[in-house]
Design a protein around this ligand. Structure first.
Ligand SMILES: NC(=O)c1ccc[n+]([C@@H]2O[C@H](COP(=O)([O-])OP(=O)(O)OC[C@H]3O[C@@H](n4cnc5c(N)ncnc54)[C@H](O)[C@@H]3O)[C@@H](O)[C@H]2O)c1
Ligand SMILES: [Zn+2]
Ligand SMILES: [Zn+2]
Length: 365
């Protein structure tokens, strides 16, 4: 039996329950979870803004220690610290072969189930789905081998968990997706856990101005710790006008939307300079359509793109993020400011909604 946080129905709190977890099958690994991050992507399922098979154990930003391995597993062994990837790439599909392991076709086709289309979690006869094949809001999880990224020298579990989502998503959006050039100007709309990593990524590549945009003054002050050079409070005055004032009337060369709404996508698009790139990181409610000025897209040669998991390839890019942290280039120590037990998970999400700064993490003993 493992203790886990289960979503039975949208708009209901997560239920903390004991579930049965089957042994890992061929190509799978049993991981004792060490820490799990409080990311807004789980919240979208809880609010009903995103859809997943239910009931499900959520949690996709996690790290832990390998407990045992199923037949055929060769890349990890019991005792290894591993970061969990919520896209355990198959390595064989067209997207993987094209170098886009972050949008693996076979993973997306099987969603919150193992690759064989079954689940390891259940409660009696009721199958329980695994968010992102990770399901780390639980003491233990069975994950595909490809979803385990070994860490060569141990790092704190909460930091390792961050490298499971918000770090590659945010830093990767800058480095791998938008490919921000040194000296360019950057605006980041939404400065929560992921947005702060976009800011760190922009600092890493030597952007000249990094403009943090948020509706909360506390988030903006906190963003300065991570490399923001200017702040814009979107609840005071039109954020597009404010960003233009800070960029000689042109707008920022690279803008990032990191909240997940049509309004913020529109704002990020409008505050982007001529020949600039707008990168959408936030996940808007299912079915949402963002209005953009179609003529500006052409006449101003703007590029509008999305980024999933920061276009990162977990198996090679997560170890890079670990190295960047160990060499002091990513300030992840200041990122995780709140620690909770699994029993406190609903409180952890309420704190996120209330706009508590930085990232929260569930810690397992
Ligand atoms: N693309 C991906 O692969 C990927 C991965 C992880 C998370 N996400 C998505 O990224 C988004 C951010 O996630 P997070 O965990 O950082 O959330 P978060 O709640 O920690 O941060 C969101 C921030 O946006 C701010 N905000 C709210 N309304 C705003 C507005 N109108 N203008 C400016 N700022 C505003 C909030 O104050 C908060 O600081 C979510 O939609 C999440 O699902 C996407
Ligand atoms: Zn996430
Ligand atoms: Zn694939």
């Amino acid at each position: 039996m493992v203790k886990a946080a289960v979503l039975y129905e949208a708009k209901q709190p997560l239920a903390i329950e004991d579930l049965e977890l089957d042994d890992p099958k061929s190509g799978e690994v049993l991981v004792k979870i060490g820490a799990a991050g409080i990311c807004r992507s789980d919240r979208h399922f809880m609010h009903g803004d995103a859809v997943i098979n239910l009931p499900a154990v959520l949690g996709h930003e996690g790290a832990g220690t390998v407990e045992s391995v199923g037949p055929g597993v060769t890349s990890v062994r019991p005792g290894d610290q591993v970061i969990l990837s919520f896209v355990p790439a198959c390595g064989r599909c067209k997207s993987c072969i094209q170098g886009h392991a972050n949008i693996c076709d076979n993973h997306m086709a099987t969603g919150p189930m193992m690759y064989d289309g079954t689940c390891r979690l259940h409660k009696g006869d009721q199958r329980i789905y695994h968010m992102g094949k990770v399901a780390c809001f639980a003491e233990y999880s069975v994950v595909p081998e490809a979803g385990c990224v070994p860490v060569s020298s141990p790092i704190p579990m909460d930091i390792a968990a961050m490298i499971g989502c918000c770090v590659p998503t945010g830093v990767g959006a800058v480095v791998y997706s938008a490919k921000v050039e040194p000296g360019s100007t950057v605006a980041v709309v939404g400065c929560g856990g992921v947005g702060l990593n976009v800011i760190m990524g922009a600092k890493l590549v030597n952007a000249s101005k990094i403009i943090a945009v948020d509706i909360r003054e506390s988030q903006l002050e906190f963003a300065m710790k991570f490399g923001a050079t200017h702040t814009v409070n979107a609840s005071d005055r039109d954020p597009v006008a404010q960003v233009k004032e800070l960029t000689d009337g042109r707008g920022a060369d690279y803008t990032f939307e990191v909240f997940g709404s049509t309004d913020t996508i529109k704002a990020a698009y409008e505050m982007c300079a001529k020949s600039g790139t707008v990168t959408v990181v936030g996940i808007a409610p299912v079915g949402a359509e963002a209005p953009i000025n179609a003529v500006e897209l052409v006449r101003f040669e703007k590029t509008l793109r999305g980024t999933y998991y920061g276009s990162a390839r977990s198996q090679i890019d997560m170890p890079t993020m670990v190295d960047l942290y160990l060499s002091g280039k990513l300030n992840l120590d200041d990122l995780v400011v709140r620690h909770y037990t699994l029993d406190q998970i609903n409180q952890a999400y309420d704190d996120m909604d209330q706009g508590e700064v930085g990232r929260g993490a569930i810690m397992f003993s």
